[in-house]
Write a protein that binds this ligand. Sequence first.
Ligand SMILES: Nc1ncnc2c1ncn2[C@@H]1O[C@H](COP(=O)(O)OP(=O)(O)OP(=O)(O)O)[C@@H](O)[C@H]1O
Ligand SMILES: [Mg+2]
Length: 230
Amino acid sequence: MTTPFFQMTDINKSYWMGDEWQQVLRNVSLTIEKGEFLSILGPSGSGKSTLMNIIGCLDTPTKGEYILDGRRVDDLDEDQLSAIRNKEIGFIFQSFQLLKRQNALSNVELPLIYAGMGQQQRRERAEEMLCRVGLSEKLYHMPNQLSGGQQQRVAIARALATNPAILLADEPTGALDQKTGKQVMELFHALNNEGHTIIMITHDVSIAAHASRIVRLLDGELSEGVKEDA
Ligand SMILES: Nc1ncnc2c1ncn2[C@@H]1O[C@H](COP(=O)(O)OP(=O)(O)OP(=O)(O)O)[C@@H](O)[C@H]1O
Ligand SMILES: [Mg+2]
């Protein structure tokens, strides 16, 4: 039997709120195979972004074991975690997190600079990714000159720029209308067919249904959901 790509066992996350602990994730166990398209579905406040941060090595659990690609990561330090992130994971954040003073192209180029790609090549790659999300005419727009949905698409292009094995997306269609949201889901399907592992977080059942597996998060507790096939 092969080891799963992601293996989380009894992950807990709590915050000390001055007078008591608030438990946000409760004994979350989750296994994800390479090449899966998984969706984590849950209402606002259920712990989705907290879980995404742990899955993506942006945060560590209070308790529990996390093995990523055969390597235990729940007790690594910040430098070790960031090395894994830069190499393996593309993030689409719920709040986009674009650099305000940089245009769309420069925002998408940023991870390519970290990856050490040359100027000409990274400009071409960034342009290609922005075209892929339908923003070929907005390359030189600043974030505040773009609509929320367009900013979200810049964030998607940035996440894909380094061709990461894993794509972690937190509400990737939250700021998009139905048509653009559908285009992004088509893009995710295409990426998944190319072999990318996709973990998509959403509160929207119809968006979650695009994934091949759905798990549900409720009050920090995870359960395997049955996918209602259309
Ligand atoms: N740094 C923190 N300190 C204290 N509590 C936190 C912290 N981060 C998150 N929480 C709490 O954890 C709970 C889950 O938050 P989280 O952001 O993971 O929810 P979510 O499912 O992503 O919600 P949404 O759909 O609204 O984005 C919330 O009750 C929140 O207040
Ligand atoms: Mg969230």
